[in-house]
Write a protein that binds this ligand. Sequence first.
Ligand code: FES
Length: 170
Amino acid sequence: MLTQPIDIPEHDPLAIPAKKAIIDQILQNNQGKPGATMVVLNELQSQIGFVSESMQQYVAHQMQVPVSAIHGVVSFYSFFTTTPRGRHTVKFCMGTACYVGGTPQLIEKAKQILGIDPGQTTKDGAITLEVCRCVGACSQAPVIAIDEEIAGRVRPNKLPQLLRPVQQSG
Ligand code: FES
C-alpha cells in the first residue's frame, strides 16, 4: 500500500508519457484477474524492457498489494531486471558443479574486464552480466552463456577472448 509519494527519476518509464500509457494499459487490462501480479510484471518486463524500483512501487499501489510482494517476485526470477538490459547478456552458471568448478573466479575476472557486477550493464549498453541456475551442462563446468551460446570449461584467462566479440559488436 502506498504510504508516501513515489519518487520517479527523470528517465524512469513512468516519467515518459508514452511509456506510462503502456504501463497503465497493462495494469488496466489485468485489474482484478487471478494471478494478475505475475502477468503484469511479465508484460512490463517484455514491453518496457525492465521493471524499475518506481514501477514496482507504482504497480503495488495500483494493484493494492505490498511493495515487498512485488519486489520479492522481481528479485526472485532472473527474467526480471530493474534496469534496461544490454544488447548482449552474459550469464554465469551458479549451479553446484559450476560454482565449485570456478564460477566465482570467472565473475571476478569479468568484473575486472568490464567494470561491472552481475545484475549491471556496461555504460555503453553492450553487455549485461547475470547469474543463472544450472543450465544442464554440468559435465562442462564451469559454464557461461553468452546470449544463447553456451561455453564450457571456461577459465578466467579465456574470458577476454570470449567476451571480445560481444564487446565489439556493440
Ligand atoms: S551446474 Fe552449471 S551447468 Fe549445471
